[in-house]
Ligand binder design. Sequence first.
Ligand code: MRU
Length: 363
Amino acid sequence: MRLNGRETRTIWRDDEGRGVWVIDQTLLPHRVATRRLEDCAAVETAIRDMVVRGAPLIGVTGAWGLALAVADDPGDAAIEAACARLLATRPTAVNLRWALERLRAWLLATAVAERYAVACAAAERIAEADVATCATIGDHGAALIKAAAQRLDRPLNILTHCNAGWLATVDWGTALAPVYKAARDGAKLHVWVDETRPRNQGASLTACELQGESIPHTVIVDNAGGHLMQRGLVDLVIVGSDRTTRAGDVCNKIGTYLKALAAHDNKVPFYVALPASTIDWRISDGVADIPIETRDPREVTHIAGCAADGSLVEIRLTPQDVAARNDAFDVTPARLISGLITERGICAANADALSRMFPDLAG
Ligand code: MRU
């Protein structure tokens, strides 16, 4: 997708040396900078510090991390140790486990001398598959959006939370892929962008993406969604997912649950766009079974941004030494979800519909 007028992806292989290049998302929208991750340790840091973030992109970057670990030591013990270290970087997005488990199995079944080449090829395959999957999610979701937009004589108002756009994947995105595809097909749209405290992925990343694609949008504070829904100013909510249970509960960025409650109360359709790699078939109860990442309270007490002179600054919002808590995700129960937009089509958020949609994965 387009960033500063240029087509780009979020991650690509370094053709000249060992490593991968990524866009440093901690600097957006104020700086567009790339960073080379040259070994597994650099990948671990980039995921933990959210230089790369978003469930599908975390999975792809993790796969590259394992490939780079294999470059240093292709032995079984080193592979197991790298998987454990990478898995510990961010506990909620299940795509990381999905990618690492697949790659680990392929590597352990490969002769040691061939492991690095196999790992790089597999990481590239996982990245390409992510692009194709997101594009297909976009097609299915765009049909839904275009049908809703056709019934109106004004732009369709879509609300989204956090960033589930192309920056959260390799390209296209999940929740925003339908928006991009519908807009390219001529649908008249406007997007309400939740700022998404504490890290403001909506205000910084989603707004930056929508600007790049020239899609009308308005950033709102996280608490505004319910109010806008009560006034008929939201037609549809689409968000992403970091982990979806086999029963259709969805874990996504903190604050998603409150939007789902408000949407339910106001009869606004609430959809979740997700690739199958986000479904954790081992669990059913999202609230009981999904590990919720807790991050540094400093993300709550401080805020980063761009000063008038263009420098990047961080300021404190709270009294010094105040207690703060930073749960990064919450769980939206399946009963509040109108439908799941997947690469195989749109289905209801329940165990039956999901296992009918993915009979080969549901077990
Ligand atoms: O903490 P983040 O920025 O990694 O959280 C991202 C989200 O919550 C996204 O909505 C989710 O990963 C879906 S991404 C296509």
